[in-house]
Structures are given as C-alpha cells and as structure tokens.
Design a protein around this ligand. Structure first.
Ligand code: ATP
Ligand code: MG
Length: 304
C-alpha cells in the first residue's frame, strides 16, 4: 500500500544525505514502526511520503499510484498525518479542527457534522466538540489529533511520535486504543517513534534507520531475537529479551505446575509473568482463567 523505492533526501549544503536509498513496503492494513537515533532521518522519510519534503531521488507509491506525480495538496487530503505537537488551530473549536479535511474535500455541512461526531466518538471524546484546544489535557489533544487525521477517512496514516506528550501510564493505554482502532478500520500506518517498546507494540513490522539508511526491517519478535548487527542490538537495548516477552500473552507459556498467590490479570504478558515470578520467588504463577505459567514453559517460549 505504501511503497518507498530508493527514497533519498539531500538537504542543500549537507555533506551527506539525510535519507539514503530507503526501500520499504508497508502492506495494506498493516503498520510499520520507523525507529532509530535522533537525526537518523525518520521525520524526513515520513514527510517525503506526503510530500511536505520533496525527495531528491527515488519513488513513493501509495495504493499503486505514483505520489510524486500527484498534486501534493490533493495527495495530503488522502493521507492522515498526526504529529507530536498535534498542531491544532487554537482559536477554533475541537469540531472545527476535526472538520479541517472534510471541509477541504467540500463535503456538505450535515455530512461533516455527522463525521465529526463519529470520529470524536471513535477516539473516546464525545461531547468535546465545542471546547477549544487549550481546555483539553495533552493526552486529549493527541486524541483530537488522531480524530482529525481520521476525519476524511484516508486509507493511509502517517504518525510522528504521536504519543510523545503523554505520561507513560496513559501512553500505553492510548497506544493500545489507537492501535486497536486503526486495525479495526484497516488503515495502513507508518509511525515514527524513538521508543523501542512502543515500536514493538505499534508495528506489525519495525524498520530501523541509521544515518539515513535502512539497516533492518522485520517483525518485532524476529528483530528482537535476531538483530542484524551490533548497532541494531545496541539500539534495541540489553533488555531486548525482556522487551520481546512483552509481545506474548502470559497464556503462551502454560505449564502444569501448581501455583499459589493472586492470579495474573487476563491481559498480562510473559514479561509480567516473569516479573511476578521474581517478585514472589516462585517458578510458577496462576493464570486468571485457570492453570499456571511456569518458568520452564516461559524459557521454552523465549527460545522460539
Ligand atoms: N528542513 C531541513 N533543512 C535542512 N536539514 C534538515 C531539515 N530537516 C531536517 N534536517 C536534517 O536532516 C537530518 C534528519 O533529520 P530528521 O528530522 O529526519 O531526524 P529524525 O530521525 O526525525 O530525528 P528526531 O528523532 O530527533 O526527531 C538531520 O541531520 C537534520 O538536521
Ligand atoms: Mg523526528
């Protein structure tokens, strides 16, 4: 659905390209998380997809069409864009902000009203239509950013550190909610983050950039188990084996050992299970739905 071919950006006067020959496919209805150190070219790559930055070389295809041959303004109406600072118009109501693209698309007032109510409901903000951006919390504003990006029902969404301004606890919840929503809606998503755990949660695939070049592109579990080189291994962190355990539900390592103590919550991951084993000094912890997770089964799962 999104296809980048040899995508390159050389900023005027720069000694080397900010993005160098990046080739990447994001299949329809899937998400790809773009990660890498600060300055490696993530934002530049994203902004070449909706042509807020003009590529120096290479191709961008969206749904089989050459994005570089289309009128950039029209192209952007078909691509949702969510950024960290959200960029809401401060003097317009939430409804007016969310309606931005539908208005540009020339929808009639009744249809716009229905759509605004629908997307605000989707992101869990019904009743916020008449407020102004400054009357919302940072997390609520980010939800409005998502609602606005969804309003014109674009098949493709670009997100640049969309949850950066939210505290860690709310952030996880917001990630889960937005991800579920985008999956249900079948959107194709390219999301930039510098948070490894967030990338693993958000991406069906994860792409790592270094100095503008793509160094590895793989599903999260594969990436964490087999980093392509020392740079990737270091970037993913020495705790990458623990990060990987977060990708599996606790039920993925069932054993038949008897276990005591409070059961794990239904949404617990294998990382939570291991943490509880350490906290309790136990080799098994009970599952809410019966049975238990055992250290033996967990080690076996971690090795797959
Ligand atoms: N408008 C611009 N003009 C010139 N150089 C730019 C411009 N925008 C970005 N750059 C340079 O391009 C390189 C890549 O920047 P980019 O913003 O894509 O990095 P990033 O991976 O998004 O970093 P971060 O994680 O800090 O957001 C950097 O060296 C940056 O200085
Ligand atoms: Mg950036």
């Amino acid at each position: 659905m999104i296809r980048l071919e040899g995508l390159t950006k050389c900023w005027p006067g720069a000694a080397k390209p900010a993005v160098a020959d990046v080739t990447l496919d994001v299949p329809e209805g899937t998400s790809c998380a773009l990660i890498g150190p600060s300055g490696c070219g993530k934002t530049t790559t994203l902004r070449m997809v909706n042509r807020l930055v003009e590529p120096s070389a290479g191709r961008v295809q969206i749904a089989g069409e050459d994005a570089l041959r289309q009128d950039p303004v029209r192209l952007r109406r078909r691509i949702g864009y969510v950024i960290q600072e959200v960029g809401l118009f401060p003097h317009r109501s939430i409804a007016e902000n969310v309606a931005t693209v539908p208005v540009l698309l020339g929808w009639d007032t009744a249809r716009i009203g229905r759509r605004v109510a629908e997307v605000l409901e989707l992101v869990g903000l019904p009743g916020f239509a008449d407020r102004r951006p400054h009357e919302l919390s940072g997390g609520e504003r980010q939800r409005v950013g998502v609602a606005r990006a969804l309003a014109g029902d674009p098949p493709v969404l670009l997100m640049d550190e969309p949850f950066g301004a939210v505290d860690p606890l709310r952030r996880r919840q917001l990630q889960d909610e937005v991800l579920k929503l985008l999956r249900e809606l079948g959107k194709t998503v390219l999301v930039v983050t510098h948070d490894v755990a967030e990338a693993m949660r958000l991406g069906d695939a994860v792409a790592i950039l270094r100095d503008g070049a793509l160094v590895q592109h793989a599903p999260p579990a594969e990436l964490l188990a087999h980093p392509a080189d020392g740079f990737v291994a270091e970037f993913l962190g020495t705790d990458r084996a623990l990060t990987r355990l977060e990708l599996f539900p606790a039920t993925a390592a069932r054993g038949d050992a008897a276990a005591a103590g409070p059961p794990l919550p239904a949404d617990a991951t294998l990382r939570d299970a291991l943490s509880q084993m350490l906290a309790r000094g136990a080799r098994a912890v009970p599952l809410a739905e019966g049975g238990s997770v055992t250290l033996e089964a967990l080690l076996e799962k971690a090795a797959t």
